[in-house]
Design a protein around this ligand. Structure first.
Ligand code: HEC
Length: 464
């Protein structure tokens, strides 16, 4: 059986949500940085060919914002992702590093190149001639897009590993079915974010008159044109998703559908404003509106990333690893030997839990459920099981993957299940200092065993 790693307890915050919060901020900033590189190349070209009066001034101002945001906030949140993910799912990160070792090395090399090119431009571009400046910016843009290219392969592999599941070839995993739709989609998001941020930055430049600003905004708006491809790229991405993930998004899971709608709605609003107003009618946009559109874009990114993460359930790497870090092939064995035999980590605040059976239950909950549920905070089990009687609860949890197909099968013995049931009920009862176990006698355990056997050990999400 695979090794168990220690994970952190975030109290009332669900670990999955903590991860999502850090990741969403990082993705937003990183995609802005990628688009920013392209936008600057375009304006450098406009400046060199005398097509824009204020392009040089704009490049100067915009680059400072880009450097500040992408080098400082982007890098900090990037490190933040590693810090949070190793506390939440070391097994997932471990698998990602193990399978794509050299790609990570390439990723970090491109990131270094991006930082060096960006820093050189920042320090020296006033002294450089136009062609050298353009080359430096192109190097910056290329390196940052390449880091998107690589990370995109690794992230999309988690959701759509495709042929890799059989071949275990890096190329099959990297160029998985989701690779191209997601790469193109993210590239369009990147240019959009850079364009919207530019509209905001232009408004803050008090030394450029209104006419000059209008010209810059009209030129910036051209970076928003690729947005027209978004619906097609989005549909393409949806089409390559496994059928059940697509099902969650398109109605199977209310939360997924809600976030999907937020993402689509916000993108449509931005797209309509950008194409109809800025591109076609060449309207002016003030700082407040530009900021509002950026906030909407953040909402769209948040919704989209949430859906991408959420629709992988019950897997953290599809078909390979469940979200709770249990390997699908280990489940039958864990049904026999239990899920705690190789879990060496002591229970936190064990003295508050009055009986050995409850302490076992707490450990089972920690191992199998705590990645997606809390006891009392978000997605709290006490709340979700509130209306069930004791036997209903035993049966529904024994048949976990059928109770809700986005949960993995229960991976433990009948006794562990009973311990967990008691532990959840003890929590619902307000964690009293004493607890009478209703039953953990043979009859109950053999009934639970029957339910476990009926449920089987397979996930109920569809095969590929
Ligand atoms: C991969 C994430 C994940 C894991 C692991 C997981 N769950 Fe869930 N569970 C969910 C989600 C998402 C829901 C839906 C919540 C809702 O409907 O609001 C849910 C729903 C439930 C429900 C309510 C079911 C219903 O029909 O209303 C219960 C009870 C529950 N889970 C218990 C557990 C227990 C106990 C474990 C551990 C043995 C567990 N879950 C493991 C994600 C998970």
């Amino acid at each position: 059986m695979s090794e168990v790693f220690p994970v952190n307890d975030f109290g009332p915050a669900m670990p999955g949500l903590v991860m999502a919060a850090v990741a969403i901020v990082h993705v937003f900033l990183a995609q802005f940085a990628v688009g920013g590189g392209m936008l600057l190349c375009y304006f450098q070209w406009l400046a060199m060919t005398d097509r824009s009066e204020h392009a040089r001034r704009f490049i100067d101002g915009y680059f400072k914002v880009l450097v500040l945001i992408s080098f400082i906030l982007g890098a900090l949140t990037g490190v933040g992702i590693w810090l949070t993910s190793i506390q939440i799912s070391p097994a997932t990160i471990g698998a990602m590093v193990e399978n794509f070792h050299w790609l990570w090395a390439a990723e970090w090399t491109f990131f270094c190149l991006e930082v060096v090119a960006g820093y050189c431009f920042y320090r020296c571009h006033k002294r450089l001639d136009d062609r050298t400046s353009l080359k430096l910016l192109m190097l910056y843009a290329f390196a940052s897009w390449m880091s998107l290219f690589i990370i995109n392969g690794i992230l999309s592999w988690q959701l759509t590993p495709g042929r890799w599941v059989e071949t275990h070839q890096i190329a099959d995993g990297f160029f998985n079915p989701g690779f191209f739709p997601s790469l193109l989609f993210r590239t369009v998001v990147a240019t959009t974010l850079s364009g919207l941020a530019a509209c905001f930055v232009i408004n803050t430049m008090s030394d450029i008159d209104r006419e000059g600003k209008r010209q810059l905004i009209n030129q910036t708006a051209r970076l928003l044109i690729p947005m027209v491809a978004m619906p097609f790229l989005g549909a393409w991405y949806l089409a390559v998703l496994p059928a059940d993930s697509r099902g969650w998004i398109l109605g199977g899971s209310p939360a997924m559908m809600l976030f999907f709608s937020i993402s689509v709605g916000a993108s449509l609003a931005i797209g309509a404003y950008a194409i109809a107003g800025l591109v076609m009618r060449k309207l002016y946009i003030n700082g407040a509106t530009a900021l509002l559109l950026l906030v909407l874009a953040f909402g769209a990114t948040a919704g989209g990333e949430f859906v991408r993460e959420g629709s992988r359930k019950p897997f953290s790497i599809r078909y390979v690893l469940y979200s709770n870090a249990i390997l699908p092939e280990d489940v039958p064995r864990m049904r026999e030997v239990g899920c705690l035999t190789n879990d060496p980590y002591p229970l936190r605040n064990a003295e508050e839990v009055p009986t050995p059976l409850l302490r076992t239950g707490a450990l089972v909950f920690r191992r199998q459920c705590s990645i997606c549920h809390t006891l009392e905070g978000t997605n709290a089990v006490a709340h979700l099981t509130g209306t069930w009687d004791l036997d209903q609860m035993r049966m529904n949890l024994a048949k976990l993957q059928h109770t809700k197909p986005f949960m993995p099968p229960f991976a433990g013995t009948a006794r562990e299940l009973e311990a967990m049931v008691q532990f959840i009920r003890w929590n619902s009862a307000g964690r009293p200092g004493q607890w009478e176990h209703q039953t953990d006698d043979e009859k109950t355990l053999s009934q639970i065993q029957t339910w476990l056997d009926e449920a089987g050990t397979e996930s109920s999400s569809h095969p590929q």
